[in-house]
Design a protein. Structure first.
Length: 259
């Protein structure tokens, strides 16, 4: 896949302008999902974080904006998006190492590394479960080629003892995620993301810990929008979600201390 020309890109603000991200005009474009993922990670200065499938860098750069001085690495399969992630790190004066690789065939030095946190926003759709796209980048980003179990297996192998995995996925993939964690990761918590009060969760964020022994916990849903229905144009995010998306706040939906 060829790299993007400047006239094929837009420069978009995230976190109220704290992060500025070059993205393709057509193809896969980051929305609120990677921002929420980044906000869920309880990282501390000096820790290490690995993002599997970093795309143009939305999630890991939003995390770096909230928690500076992280040792950050992104893995991206598509050369054009890997180059965008590097460009976006430079654009935001952030230190991010981007490795162009298939997560099932990581380079030797990365296979020998361990991280305090691994984050991932894998493709949401099983093979054949979504409408095909004429854009190869979008097709790869949305359609599963590498099984979800392998994403979690790779994450577990790269985590240091007591390290955390955070993954955002469609709610109907939760059984797959929990099954993949069995024998690899424990202390699983799930934060459902609901568009409005009374609506079923469409997405979930999974937190799991290497060596964790706490029982499974299902958190109260995070409600994205105010009101029970859309009434007018413009944003209607709840105050908690607005603080995450606009001010770079951490997401408080998970338990603060679990074994």
């Amino acid at each position: 896949m060829s790299l993007f020309f400047d006239n094929e890109l837009t420069l978009n603000d995230f976190l109220g302008g704290r992060v500025r991200l070059w993205q393709p005009k057509t193809g896969y474009r980051a929305g609120v999902d990677p921002v929420l993922l980044a906000a869920s990670v309880p990282a501390l200065k000096g820790q290490s974080v690995l993002e599997l499938g970093c795309g143009a860098g939305a999630a890991i750069l939003c995390l770096l904006a909230r928690v500076p001085q992280l040792q950050a690495t992104g893995v991206e399969l598509q050369p054009a998006y890997a180059e965008l992630a590097r460009r976006n790190a430079t654009q935001n004066a952030m230190d991010l190492s981007v490795v162009e690789a298939d997560l099932s065939a990581l380079p030797r030095d990365l296979k020998q590394a361990q991280f305090d946190h691994v984050i991932a926003n894998p493709p949401y759709y099983r093979p054949g479960a979504h409408s095909p796209s004429t854009d190869p980048g979008r097709q790869i980003a949305l359609g599963e080629n590498t099984p979800l179990t392998e994403w979690i297996d790779v994450a577990a192998r790269r985590l240091a003892p007591r390290g955390y995995l955070h993954m955002i996925q469609k709610a109907d993939r939760l059984p797959d995620m929990l099954a993949a964690c069995s024998g690899r990761l424990g202390s699983a918590e799930v934060l459902p993301l609901s568009a409005r009060v009374g609506r079923p969760a469409e997405l979930v964020i999974l937190r799991a810990r290497k060596g964790g022994r706490a029982s499974f916990r299902l958190q109260s849903p995070l409600i994205m929008h105010q009101g029970d229905r859309h009434l007018k144009d413009g944003e209607s995010y709840t105050p908690e979600v607005s603080a995450v998306l606009r001010d770079g706040a951490a997401l408080a939906g998970f338990a603060s201390d679990r074994q």
